[in-house]
Design a protein around this ligand. Sequence first.
Ligand code: ACO
Length: 309
Amino acid sequence: MTYSKIIGTGSYLPAKALTNYDLEKMVDTSHDWIVTRSGIVERHFAADNELTSDLALQASRRAIEAAGIKADEIDLIIVATTSPDMPFPSTACILQDKLGIRNGGAAFDMQAVCGGFVFALNTADLYIKGGQAKTVLVVGAEVLSRMLDWNDRTTCVLFGDGAGAVVLRASDKPGIVASKLHSDGQHRNMLKADPKVSMDGKAVFKFAVTVLSEVVEEVLEEQKMAGTDIDWLVPHQANIRIIEATAKKLGLGMDNVVVTVANHGNTSAASIPLALDTAVRDGRIKAGQNILLEAVGGGFTWGAVLIKW
Ligand code: ACO
């Protein structure tokens, strides 16, 4: 049986960091309100001349270096983003060029908003299992700061920019063991960018906790596993209260959850690979562990991926 194994991770945050105190000077808000409601303390914003593909490039270089491969070995690139450099060409094609890859491998973007990284990971896994790709670069990269409505204090304080990347390779040893994806377009107005981000925060909160718990249960039931079999939950980093509620439903203590929302804010499709890379590099995630990723985003889209590391 062929599996997709993550052989390298990388991430990148733009240099400019804004604390809640910085935001107090820009909008009618307070550090206490933001941290109590969301758990966010600071977020990074791309410089004016930094594009999503630039963030993706830095994260990808680090993942490729960690994997110990040459960029040219990558025969598929999927970039999950809701803030592409431009409508076309895809950020994945731009990234392929910036990485100097000239092997004719496929490259495309995946648009599932905050759910994008799990959708992209599942897609990459299917390409590898189907024998259509051997070495896949999956990136989540966002410059959401350009879509924020600075007249809407309920949303503009929640988001940040960043990128994370993983290199997947075909292997006969377990890697990705299960994935479940869902969408429901009926809820498309609850959270959207038209063209600026707007959200019904309370409705999103309730919806997110419900569907995340359901999809995680779906994966665990299929694998005949319990929440306590999970070594690390690596959730989409939107809001600490959503993360805590999901962990509780799983019966997991927060000691088994990777949390980066305080320093990254909600980086949409980039949040999971950013958190994953953080926990790989600081030694928390180790070979043989069960890692569960879960995300929910505008659309609505949601999903979970279980990985034997
Ligand atoms: N600073 C200060 N006060 C604020 C701010 C702010 N930035 N924003 C809103 N307020 C005020 C409101 O005006 C309101 O005041 P009022 O009571 O006088 O009318 C008060 O704070 C409470 O506002 P609520 O909207 O009720 O606040 P709530 O407790 O629901 O928290 C939040 C809002 C954080 C958005 C919450 O609903 C939430 O966490 N939702 C989940 C959505 C989420 O995390 N989305 C991220 C993107 S979605 C995704 O990634 C899937």
